[in-house]
Ligand binder design. Structure first.
Ligand code: GUN
Length: 287
């Protein structure tokens, strides 16, 4: 079997076109949607991610404000920046790029963001709302995965979904979203014994581990849908996922590539969340 390629770049592009129309509607209603991005320190990967987010905003007509601070920033200073953004009427979304330098407590920082501006969906009240099936903002990466599954009409109801990785920002919210759509969900973590016995039962296999080529063809049930969330830089500079694409693409029925799979969707969903927040504030949507 040779798998269908799930083209995240093309799907993200069509979402960005829709986002541009919604951004125009915000402008027509009074003002552009606004996203504040806070970057602390000089982590090179974070700098690239943030630059891409800012660029994507500009392309669809969302106003962005980049706040860059040195890695010596104190928690008090960061909390006061967030407080000002919470009260700023032109800001609909606030994103603090993670990871933060070690003197800053990421949990405390995220909890300081107003939940109705938390377009990352990381705030404890947004995580809780997702858990009880009443999401306000859904974390962008798993939200993007749900859009990819929809794009291929993947049968989710009654399917067995196996997620490798249990992080707060990807694995756990992914489990909640799939559960809400009627999947039977297994979440594996670094302590899971006989991982292959779990992954081979998956109709939908999601890899979010951060280990290059960890999922090999013998770990995949023939015909499974395989979603690769990993982005790993090899010593030779190549960017690869958690899935051994070359072999798994002969076993799976559908598969996301890296790059060009889940990555572009994460940014597209950030735009969608920011627009949804602006639409709520501008009364284009019911609260
Ligand atoms: N670091 C890695 N991924 C993300 C993300 O989606 N949002 C934020 N704020 N930081 C990240």
């Amino acid at each position: 079997m040779t798998a269908t390629l799930i083209d995240g770049l093309a799907i993200a592009k069509s979402l960005r076109l829709q986002a541009a129309e919604r951004a125009q509607a915000c402008v027509a209603k009074g003002r552009a949607a606004g996203l504040a991005v806070v970057l602390v320190g000089n982590n090179p990967a974070s700098q690239v991610y943030v630059r891409n987010k800012i660029k994507a905003c500009a392309e669809v007509g969302i106003t962005s404000r980049l706040i860059e601070k040195p890695d010596t920033l104190s928690e008090i200073e960061l909390l006061s920046i967030i407080d000002a953004l919470n009260r700023d009427p032109e800001i609909d979304g606030i994103l603090v790029q993670l990871p933060l330098p070690k003197q800053l407590d990421a949990h405390r920082v995220i909890e300081a963001i107003a939940a109705d501006k938390d377009v990352d969906g990381f705030h404890v009240s947004n995580a809780g709302a997702l858990m009880i099936g009443r999401p306000l903002f859904q974390p962008c990466t798993p939200y993007g995965v749900m859009k990819l599954l929809e794009s291929i009409n993947a049968p989710i109801w009654g399917a067995h979904a196996v997620i490798c990785g249990a992080s707060n920002i990807v694995g756990k919210p992914m489990a909640m979203m799939l559960l809400a759509r009627g999947a039977t969900v297994t979440v594996c973590n670094s302590k899971t014994q006989r991982l292959q016995e779990h992954t081979r039962r998956a109709d939908i296999l999601v890899a979010a581990v951060g280990r290059p080529h960890m999922i090999s063809a013998d770990m995949v049930k023939p015909g499974a849908i395989v979603i690769d969330i990993g982005i790993n830089r090899l010593a030779d500079g190549r960017l690869v996922g958690d899935v051994d694409f070359a072999s798994v693409s002969h076993v799976a029925s559908a598969i996301t590539p890296v790059p060009g799979g889940v990555g572009p969707m994460t940014i597209a969903m950030l735009l969608i969340n920011t627009l949804e927040s602006a639409e709520r504030r501008l009364h284009l949507l019911q609260p």
